[in-house]
Ligand binder design. Sequence first.
Ligand code: ZN
Length: 352
Amino acid sequence: MPGRFGIARLFGPSYSLRCVAIHDISAAESPFTRGMRVSITPGNFEAALRFLTRYYTPVRLQDVLAESDGRDLPPRAVLVTFDDGYASVMEWAAPLCGKFGVPAIFFLNAAFLDNHRLAPDNLVCYVANVLGMETINAAVRAVKGADSPKLQSLREVFSFFFPTISLAERQIFLDALVHLGGINERQLAGEAGLYLTRKQVCELAALDFEIGNHTYTHVQCRSLTSADFGQEIDRNKAELEALSGKKVRSFSLPYGSSADLTSDLARNVQLSGHEAVFLSESVANPRGTDRVCFDRVSIHANKDDAFFFEIEVLPRLRALRNHLWRPWARSDGPALTSVQSDGRHRRRSTAS
Ligand SMILES: [Zn+2]
């Protein structure tokens, strides 16, 4: 395996901090997650930790914040992160990370802690799996009108529909789903028990895991207006800090797209005290990557060869593709600006 790391460098020599993004860890998918590709099995998760601790050096957020351009991090530094606050991370991630000595960040949405509400993605997924896409499309029509194009899949809901609607329209859509499905959301959320409790967040913080911000209600950030930032970003940060007793220093964008990281959002998250921002486009981070847009790799593999391909090879190829064919994707546009302490924008360095 070590020789393969040299070969991987042929696909792009500069790969500084490796970041891994994980969501749910469960042996079987439920109607709330089936079709979203957010779950990995406990066995595959343990295999991933074994792979990461054998070939990489797991680091803490503090290590990343303390270094300036990637030169002070250990060789093959890797940062492990979890999004969405699924209850399964308390059952599997915390004990297994402890066993392997792997630090981690848990990016949470405070609105869903204690299971009184369902996150929008899980509600949509449940309705699609239990009642079918026709119910989803009926709720879409409640927002977009009778002539709205018919959506065929969950992916189309999350990738094509959600980015086009405001927060208020999303609430109309979700209310329509609940109404059309005859769902008692509070009861369903309580029975499903999908998410961490507030007590468990305290326990994670006490175990020295880092707690991060993932917006209050898991929103598509490109739909946020300046007036929404306080409710979705600042409120979530404040609630998580009150709960954990620790400063929330990092932010991960729901859905992980650089297209959602507008200059307004980048400015707001930094001015509100976040020191690092994470995407999920599975692209390699070159040395000198701006802290406002670390990319992360979602892992789904189950053995070393496949992990190597997911973490080491494909992200380099995507970076190469972006460099050659989509130069605007990582060298221009509002997503790649950051804010200095005096509030002025700084263009992200793309030097590797
Ligand atoms: Zn998420």
